[in-house]
Design a protein around this ligand. Structure first.
Ligand SMILES: NC(=O)c1ccc[n+]([C@@H]2O[C@H](COP(=O)([O-])OP(=O)(O)OC[C@H]3O[C@@H](n4cnc5c(N)ncnc54)[C@H](OP(=O)(O)O)[C@@H]3O)[C@@H](O)[C@H]2O)c1
Length: 292
């Protein structure tokens, strides 16, 4: 009988890092939602969530987006940062407004700015500006570096006891994606009609050397942070299969971290969810088995 409840929330990016956690948290709260996914096969885990309705679609296929938006009042908007993310998201906003959506919760990034030297921060700012220009209610979630990004190094940490980046000795208030999702949930279910822009950070700012130290303590083995040059990082990213645009964007992103521009600590998680954000130690303890 639960099928009779029409969801009014649409999640995009539901197979990704934040979206999958958002789906789980909505299901835990018994809030029905629709998820637009490119592949039902990839979205298998979502099928088991109570109240989840899966629709296949792609931001590149307008008809599929229009179908997914039918009857929807609130949207969680997220794609990965690709060269066409800006146009895909702006087109999506047009379709959402036309279809009568009332509130867009957009996953943006900490320090999003039209004049930033970081391409990801510029495109997020352009999409934010686009959303504002439509007059629709909005929430912009601007999280800092994800703790879960370290999972990309899980094997290197497990088998070689090391990970690398170009962050230098800069402090970064990195944040757990579960806390970002928790803020998104609150904004998707709120009756508050005000527009909001939220910086989302963890409870502390730590360096990559301190990350290595915490990993070492929890895993009972020495894990090293290797600070590499931009050229070394770019070569490694290309070797891992990252498209050139994205690899260059990540180098710019890390230069921004290395300049110490991402050390601010925001109260958003506590203010919006009532719970303090997780510390990096909590993250490592929860994901310990993956790091070996
Ligand atoms: N990583 C960080 O530290 C960090 C920090 C701050 C902000 N951010 C922002 O966070 C966002 C990425 O979040 P995430 O890590 O949760 O993403 P993710 O894990 O990379 O997942 C991206 C999601 O977008 C979906 N998607 C991509 N292209 C699509 C399309 N054309 N049509 C429909 N769906 C599409 C993917 O579907 P498939 O499964 O089908 O591919 C997937 O569900 C980016 O905007 C980034 O700038 C990241």
């Amino acid at each position: 009988m639960t099928d009779l409840i029409q969801p009014t929330i649409l999640i995009t990016g539901a197979t990704g890092s934040i979206g999958s956690e958002l789906a789980k948290q909505l299901a835990d709260k018994q809030i029905p939602f629709r998820a637009l996914v490119r592949s039902l096969d990839k979205a298998k885990a979502l099928k088991h969530f109570k109240g989840a309705e899966l629709v296949t679609g792609d931001f590149k296929d307008e008809i599929s987006v229009i179908k997914a938006l039918k009857g929807i009042e609130k949207v969680f908007l997220l794609t990965n940062s690709s060269e066409d993310a800006e146009s895909l998201q702006c087109n999506f906003v047009n379709l959402a407004v036309k279809s009568g959506v009332k509130h867009i919760v957009k996953l943006s990034q900490f320090a999003a700015d039209l004049n930033s030297p970081v391409r990801f921060l510029r495109y997020h700012a352009i999409v934010e500006q686009k959303i504002k220009s439509t007059g629709i209610q909005y929430t912009f979630l601007r999280p800092n570096l994800f703790m879960q990004g370290l999972l990309g190094f899980a094997d290197a940490i497990k088998y070689q006891q090391k990970f690398f980046a170009t962050a230098g000795n800069a402090k970064i208030s990195l944040v757990d994606t579960r806390d970002i999702a928790a803020v998104a949930v609150e904004r998707l279910i709120t009756a508050d009609q005000d527009d909001k822009i939220y910086d989302i950070t963890g409870a502390e700012a730590i360096t990559h050397y301190e990350i290595a130290q915490i990993l070492s303590e929890v895993l009972h083995k020495e894990v090293k942070y290797i600070n590499v040059s931009d050229e070394e990082m770019q070569a490694a990213l290309l070797q891992f299969g990252f498209p050139e645009w994205q690899a260059a964007g990540l180098i710019e992103d890390y230069a921004h971290y290395a300049r110490g521009e991402a050390a601010v600590i925001a109260d958003t998680v506590k203010d919006v969810t009532g719970k303090s954000p997780r510390k990096f130690l909590n993250f490592v303890e929860d994901y310990k088995s993956l790091f070996g």
